[in-house]
Design a protein around this ligand. Structure first.
Ligand SMILES: Nc1ncnc2c1ncn2[C@@H]1O[C@H](COP(=O)(O)OP(=O)(O)OP(=O)(O)O)[C@@H](O)[C@H]1O
Ligand SMILES: [Mg+2]
Length: 384
């Protein structure tokens, strides 16, 4: 099929910042895009070839949207996967598949998949409610501390809680959840792999992620990760195995924990471009967004090697009350060599809302790390 400068239409569910960066790559290849998002002011609203407002979780909305497209992909996994299954049965290409989206939408199903496929992950148990957790505590089969995760609809760390005692347990929502062993983490790593219909596969270099302990949000990504060659190889091996076991098409981002005895455990996965891959725009020969496009369209996958090492800093709202966004001192950081801001186009800033990111590239990663600390002190996202 010819995609470039033709009537071909790529449908994208979700019109946030990931969609926006994906659209830049579509523009590069002159691919016609249609985007669906519930927010009429979404980042993609003025960039897609056609933009539709609608509920991503509504069966009919997703079905009718999908019928307009030749290939359908996602930039967010909380979409109506039954509608995608129906579209598949109608002969539409949906990548990632509705089956994989369904598995990934539920953290319990994700964990079961790792277990069934002998992929390393932390010990866990699925619970349908809090009472079931309390029973395990009473019978001494569960001890504090442990990690509670909502099975569905958690994002940006909002569905995760390290539970230290009974009082904290009572504060949790009474929903289907998983309880995980609390891991002593040496580093959090991420590997983004991709596959296409022709079974070609590729992996981006392993990166290190630093989290903000208060918000649970990724604060900084370091590329490449400062780990031994054997750990890198192991991480990539596990990631490719996982993608193959899922028969996944498109990008798959795999968040991992490196333990103090250098074991790798899969934490969670995302079937789309990921926050841990934004640096690839400046740091790699092919960006994660271009690679996603290449994979879902069964085009040859691009070269993922590092052009230049770099750091990605997330820019999140620091203002408590929602207001019109203001990026303070952005001109100052733009004077620094190798610094590129990405602004997501969200008009309103609020506390911990992802508003943009900054990439800092440098031949010497330690210099980039030092610069990232300086930039963190200078730049501020707030409201007018
Ligand atoms: N079993 C665990 N042991 C220790 N820490 C954990 C464990 N599971 C999660 N965490 C911590 O909580 C963070 C968020 O967990 P997780 O990635 O599962 O949630 P999330 O809501 O999907 O976050 P995001 O969408 O931002 O990736 C992890 O990055 C890690 O720092
Ligand atoms: Mg996570």
């Amino acid at each position: 099929m010819q995609y470039f400068s033709t009537n071909f239409k790529l449908g994208i569910l979700g019109g946030g910042q990931l969609g926006k960066m994906l659209l830049s790559e579509c523009a590069k290849f002159d691919i016609h895009t249609i985007v669906l998002d519930p927010n009429k002011e979404a980042s993609c609203s003025n960039l897609a070839s056609e933009f539709f407002v609608g509920d991503l979780m509504d069966y009919d909305t997703v079905l009718n949207f999908g019928k307009k497209a030749d290939v359908i992909t996602i930039e967010i996994e909380n979409v109506n996967a039954d509608a995608l299954e129906k579209l598949e049965s109608l002969g539409k290409k949906v990548y990632p598949s509705s089956k994989n989206i369904k598995t990934i939408q539920n953290k319990g199903l994700q964990k079961l998949f790792y277990k069934e496929n002998n992929l390393p992950t932390s010990k866990f148990k699925i619970h349908s409610n809090i009472k079931s957790i309390e029973q395990d505590i009473t019978s001494n089969s569960l001890t504090f501390p442990f990690v509670w995760k909502s099975a569905q609809f958690g994002y940006d760390g909002k569905g995760v809680k390290i539970v230290e005692n009974k009082d904290e347990l009572s504060e949790l929502p009474n929903v289907e959840c998983i309880v995980e062993e609390k891991i002593k983490i040496k580093k959090e790593l991420s590997v983004i792999v991709s596959r296409n219909e022709s079974n070609q596969e590729s992996s981006f270099p392993v990166v290190e992620m630093d989290f903000n302990p208060n918000s649970n949000l990724v604060e900084r990504v370091i590329c490449p990760a400062n780990i031994s060659m054997s750990i890198q190889e192991n991480a990539i091996h596990i990631a490719k195995n996982l993608s193959k076991s899922l028969n996944h098409i498109g990008l798959l981002a795999i968040e991992m924990f490196l333990t103090h005895d250098d074991k790798i455990l899969i934490n969670e996965i995302a079937p789309r471009p990921h926050n841990s891959g934004h640096h690839t725009i400046e740091c790699c020969f092919t960006s994660q967004f271009e690679q996603h496009l290449r994979s879902v369209l069964n085009l040859p996958l691009g070269d993922t090697s590092i052009k230049i090492p770099g750091i990605m800093l997330n820019l999140v709202g620091e203002n408590k009350n929602e207001g019109e966004v203001l990026y303070e001192n952005i001109d100052m950081i733009m004077k620094m060599p190798g610094v590129t801001p990405h602004i997501y186009g969200k008009k309103k800033s609020r506390l911990n809302r992802k508003m943009g990111h900054i990439t800092i590239v440098n031949k010497n990663i330690n210099d980039a790390i030092e610069m990232s600390k300086e930039i963190r002190k200078i730049i501020k996202v707030t409201s007018k």
